[in-house]
Design a binder for this molecule. Structure first.
Ligand code: PA5
Length: 458
């Protein structure tokens, strides 16, 4: 199974009573609403605007990425990815999902001599110095990922690391420590690469940052750390096939988008929680948060629309946020992700005479997590709190490819349902322009920002 199965029973009246959706609507107005959204997405797809739909079938790019990664051999001990937003979160999601959270702490043998993988997104000087001062930069490859090639955070980190590398490596060899992933034709990185002979990988012009995880943005860091990238694409291709139908009942991405949109716009539930029960899917919740928020939070006509994505992880959040989900305002829908631990850990029988502990003996940590997920779902249902469950099986390259693709497709369907363009992000421009002004970039001068007003400080 590589495309998740979507179980939406706990959004419907039979399970949820007055808080649920009438199932007849799935064959009535909701089916029509989705068919219209599907048609709009299809039209943009046909016009070549939604390039991410093509990525699962782009084996040529995957092969190029793989051979570039193979070409580096296992000489580099570290890969540092510089990229933010859609240019950083994909690599983090793949690393944690497929290599596990402890990848960078493992020994060389344990990693089969594949490099450690670090992603610097925030230009926080303490993080950057903390990492870079600890790495042997002579054995470090830097993948600068920026579609525009102008993002201040990424370019500042590039300049910093380039300065540090120049102190330990001959100028003639510097270019061999970089690989740029950027627009195929435009931007500063492209021009620099051509001037200095830095190898490059292209992000297709019709694929935006947050939809780019299956381009070289995510594929290169995955390939160089030994992930079989063709399997990722195969899983995504399977999800693509399962999410093509204009019929709501047959389309898991369509059903997810339609129900979440409905709960937000008609049932007062604008907060959408993504809650896997696996640490390796923790980063997925952040990736999804960016995808859902930046794609759907928009001005529409005279008004403003957009759900609020909220990351959570089971069972940790059962001791943090679940109290709020159970008894707080009726403003949330939880999307559980049910995965199977591939490497389960049995719980031994250590204290057979202590009933508070003995019930755990003979079970396993994976079984406990699974029981907790099922119990939380049922507890929410009994309180009239809707949830959906994405069943993904074991987390493998193929199944993770399937989840990523399904969520991307759901996002563009949701964009059509909300009546917004899920591919743009005009709201982030003003902050960028003001930052350029404050940093003294020519052509971006801004009037002085107001000084803090002492009356409103305490
Ligand atoms: O999803 C998006 O488009 C953004 O989050 C971008 O990925 C982010 O702003 C980084 O942009 P760039 O790749 O141009 O550096």
């Amino acid at each position: 199974m590589t495309c998740p199965i979507l179980d939406f029973a706990d959004t419907l009246v039979p399970a949820l009573g007055a808080h649920g959706v009438d199932p007849d609507r799935l064959d009535g107005d909701l089916a029509t609403r989705f068919a219209q959204a599907h048609e709009q997405v299809q039209a943009r797809r046909d016009a070549g605007e939604m390039g991410f739909f093509q990525l699962p079938l782009d084996h040529a790019t995957a092969d190029t990425v793989q051979s570039l990664a193979d070409g580096f051999g296992q000489w580099f001990e570290n890969l540092v990815v510089l990229g933010i937003g859609g240019s950083g979160l994909g690599a983090i999601t793949l690393r944690e999902g497929l290599l596990g959270q402890s990848w960078n702490e493992r020994s060389d043998e344990d990693r089969s001599y594949f490099p450690r993988l670090y992603v610097l997104d925030n230009p926080d000087p303490e993080t950057a110095r903390g990492l870079l001062s600890r790495l042997d930069l002579r054995r470090t490859l830097v993948n600068v990922v920026s579609k525009s090639g102008t993002t201040a955070e990424t370019m500042a980190l590039y300049l910093v690391i380039r300065g540090m590398l120049a102190e330990v490596i001959d100028t003639d060899n510097l270019h061999g420590h970089f690989i740029f992933t950027t627009d195929p034709e435009r931007g500063v990185l492209r021009a620099l690469a051509e001037e200095e002979g830095v190898p490059t990988l292209a992000i297709p012009p019709n694929v935006g940052g947050r939809f780019s995880v299956l381009t070289p943005v995510g594929l290169f860091p995955a390939a160089i750390t030994g992930v079989p990238v063709r399997e990722l694409l195969d899983g995504a291709a399977h999800a693509l096939r399962r999410c093509e139908s204009p019929r709501l009942r047959e389309n898991p991405a369509g059903m997810l988008a339609t129900l979440l949109h409905l709960f937000d716009t008609e049932m007062g539930r604008p907060i959408h929680v993504l809650m896997p029960y696996a640490d390796r899917l923790r980063a997925l919740t952040l990736w999804f948060q960016q995808l859902w928020a930046e794609s759907l939070g928009k001005i529409r006509g005279e008004g403003h629309v957009g759900p609020t994505p909220l990351p959570a992880v089971g069972a940790t959040d059962q001791h943090a946020q679940v109290q709020l989900f159970m008894e707080g305002p009726h403003d949330k829908v939880v999307v559980f992700v049910a995965s199977e631990a591939s490497d389960d850990l049995p719980i031994p029988s250590v204290h057979p005479r202590i009933p508070e502990l003995s019930y755990l003996s003979g079970a396993s940590l994976g079984r406990l997590l699974e029981a907790e997920r099922r119990a939380t779902r049922e507890a929410l249902r009994r309180r009239g709190r809707p949830s959906l469950t994405l069943e993904v099986g074991p987390v493998t390259p193929a199944s993770l490819g399937g989840i990523l693709m399904l969520l991307e497709i759901a996002t563009v369907y949701a964009g059509a349902l909300y009546g917004v363009d899920p591919l743009d992000q005009p709201g982030v421009e003003l902050g960028k322009v003001l930052t350029y002004g404050l940093m003294g970039r020519e052509g971006f001068e801004v009037p002085q920002l107001p000084d803090p007003d002492p009356r409103w400080r305490v």
